[in-house]
Design a protein. Structure first.
Length: 254
């Protein structure tokens, strides 16, 4: 028999799944926009001196695709979801029942997590076939994906705390949408940047996920480096989760 927590998660997932399909514009933002960005970034990356830095196009596109989908399909979508459900008093009503706060947030985000993971698996599989690049460290890629999901969900909860209305979500998510990919190696690999800058940007929030995903196909990270990247991702996730715990609002802001 399923535990109450599992039942609550399933119920919240089913509710969000139903609501998602009622708004057709969701397909445009969650599916079409990231796909267009991937094609655009592929064109940009062709202009970069990748071979001079020993960077393979296939693994690079895998990490780029993962970063883009995590930001657009998961982070921005879940931020909007949290704010919308707060303004509709859904979160407030859920808290009056038996559902715990973490389950409310995780259950609400679970539908977008499922969509994002599905997108990543399909796109990464297609890229692997296109570039003839097979995984060499699948465990590193799996860890990178899991930590990336946790990080983006925690960041979404933190960002939602800053938003007064659903309309303000677009503005609040702009820094992550435009700046985070640039500093985390999603769009431009850090190897093509000056050494000091590239090393400094290793500590950007999403850099560890990008490195772990790419290493999943190149095998370039040692065990120590893999553990270091994982620890950095966990630290960022813990920071955002702690901030969300202190700042997240369950009722409409006045």
């Amino acid at each position: 028999m399923s535990s109450p927590t599992a039942q609550h998660m399933k119920t919240l997932f089913r509710i969000e799944w139903t609501l998602f399909h009622r708004i057709k514009s969701n397909y445009v933002f969650v599916v079409l926009v990231p796909t267009m960005l991937l094609f655009t970034m592929r064109s940009v990356q062709k202009q970069l001196p990748l071979r001079e830095h020993g960077i393979e196009a296939g693994p690079l596109m895998v990490s780029t695709a993962t970063g883009v989908l995590l930001i657009f399909s998961l982070y921005s979508s879940v931020t909007g979801l949290y704010v919308a459900r707060r303004e509709e008093l859904v979160l407030k009503r859920l808290r009056t029942g038996e559902v715990s706060d973490p389950v409310i947030l995780a259950g609400g985000a679970s539908m977008y997590v499922a969509i994002c993971v599905t997108q990543i698996v399909v796109v990464v599989a297609a890229l692997s076939v296109m570039f003839g690049a097979m995984p060499r460290q699948p465990l590193a890629a799996a860890v990178g994906l899991l930590t990336g999901i946790a990080l983006m969900t925690a960041m979404a909860a933190t960002t939602a705390a800053l938003c007064r209305t659903v309309e303000s979500v677009l503005v609040a998510t702009l820094p992550a949408i435009f700046v985070l990919p640039m500093i985390s190696g999603v769009y431009i690999p850090r190897e093509v940047l000056p050494d000091a800058l590239g090393e400094a940007l290793l500590f950007a929030p999403l850099s560890s996920t990008v490195d772990l995903m790419r290493s999943g196909w190149t095998g370039e990270l040692t065990v120590t480096e893999t553990l270091t990247r994982t620890a950095l991702a966990v630290a960022w996730t813990a920071l955002f989760a702690w901030t969300a715990t202190r700042r997240f609002r369950w009722e409409p802001r006045t």
